[in-house]
Ligand binder design. Structure first.
Ligand SMILES: NC(=O)c1ccc[n+]([C@@H]2O[C@H](COP(=O)([O-])OP(=O)(O)OC[C@H]3O[C@@H](n4cnc5c(N)ncnc54)[C@H](OP(=O)(O)O)[C@@H]3O)[C@@H](O)[C@H]2O)c1
Length: 272
């Protein structure tokens, strides 16, 4: 018997079930997405590098919601790593892709090795493109399904000392906006989640915890709930948090760029 948790967005199970793929499911936003999707009774394909963490999460969600799960270990910063996800989901009927795997990497652009730049773009941009392409084809054949693409605030304005992750998220952002219109008639939903500062382990990894942030990051539950709700309602863009939406409208991009660039420059020392 499946349990439904009323705190979470109720997803259209016929459209998005019976299986959902969540990348970046071992931590933060992806992990919370796995919880909220499982609460809807959908089975899960959990994707990230840390297989043991994913297995423990899958077992917990099976115990709580009675769902089935499978784990796919993949390092999506490596070109072609998406093939494991594609092969590992061939035999299940997937209706939802929560495309979330990614990370931040503050640093001076000129100091990066070019190989690392490629990995950042592959993880934060190209892997989302490849998986969206594959699953959208499958959703179009079924006539239903959808993808929530995880992008970031600042992808449009640009972020000094975080230029390459921001550029890769910009790819995701623009791709999602285009596909939202292009795929509408095939029954394929595409929404872009513009993640505003959210309380996950990434914040500390970036050196942005404590006093470094001008505004408190929002709870991860809220970010995911608003994101899934936006996909369910077929919104093109979802930006969680009223305060962030207001600020995004009122504050000019030049000022945002100056402020975030300053934060990133200071945090550069904290990241290996
Ligand atoms: N939190 C924020 O304020 C914020 C703001 C803007 C954008 N975002 C975006 O939101 C997404 C989720 O971030 P988060 O805050 O939840 O961070 P997080 O807690 O660090 O989670 C990142 C997830 O991505 C996975 N991942 C990282 N590198 C990977 C790789 N090479 N291959 C496969 N999976 C990988 C991690 O799993 P493994 O380590 O097990 O591989 C983990 O599950 C990211 O795309 C991030 O850029 C977050």
């Amino acid at each position: 018997m499946k349990t439904k948790d009323k705190r979470f967005t109720k997803l259209d199970a016929r459209r998005f079930g019976p299986w959902a793929v969540v990348t970046g499911a071992s931590s933060g936003i992806g992990r919370e997405a796995a919880h909220q999707v499982a609460a809807n009774g959908l089975n899960l394909v959990l994707v990230a590098r840390r297989g043991e963490v994913l297995t423990r999460l899958g077992e917990e969600l099976t115990g709580r919601y009675g769902i089935a799960f499978r784990v796919i270990e993949a390092d999506l910063s490596q070109a072609g790593a998406e093939d494991a996800v594609i092969a590992g989901t061939e035999d299940v009927d997937v209706g939802l892709l929560f495309s979330c795997a990614g990370t931040g990497q503050p640093g001076a652009f000129l100091a990066f090795k070019s190989e690392r730049l490629r990995e950042i773009v592959q993880l934060n941009g190209l892997s989302h493109l490849v998986l969206t392409h594959h699953f959208s084809q499958r959703f179009a054949r079924r006539g239903r399904g959808g993808t929530l693409l995880v992008s970031a605030l600042g992808a449009d304005s640009g972020i000094p000392f975080h230029a390459v992750p921001a550029a890769a998220k910009g790819l995701v952002n623009t791709l999602g906006r285009s596909l939202h219109s292009e795929l509408k008639r095939s029954g394929v939903g595409i929404s872009v989640l513009i993640v505003t500062p959210t309380d996950t382990p990434l914040v500390a990894k970036m050196g942005l915890d404590g006093a470094a942030m001008p505004m408190k990051p929002m709870p991860v539950e809220q970010c995911v709930r608003e994101g899934l709700d936006g996909l369910n309602r077929n919104r093109m863009i979802v930006m969680p948090g009223l305060m962030f939406r207001v600020m995004n409208r009122l504050v000019p991009h030049g000022l945002v760029r100056a402020m975030t660039g300053n934060m990133m420059r200071k945090s550069t020392n904290f990241v290996s």
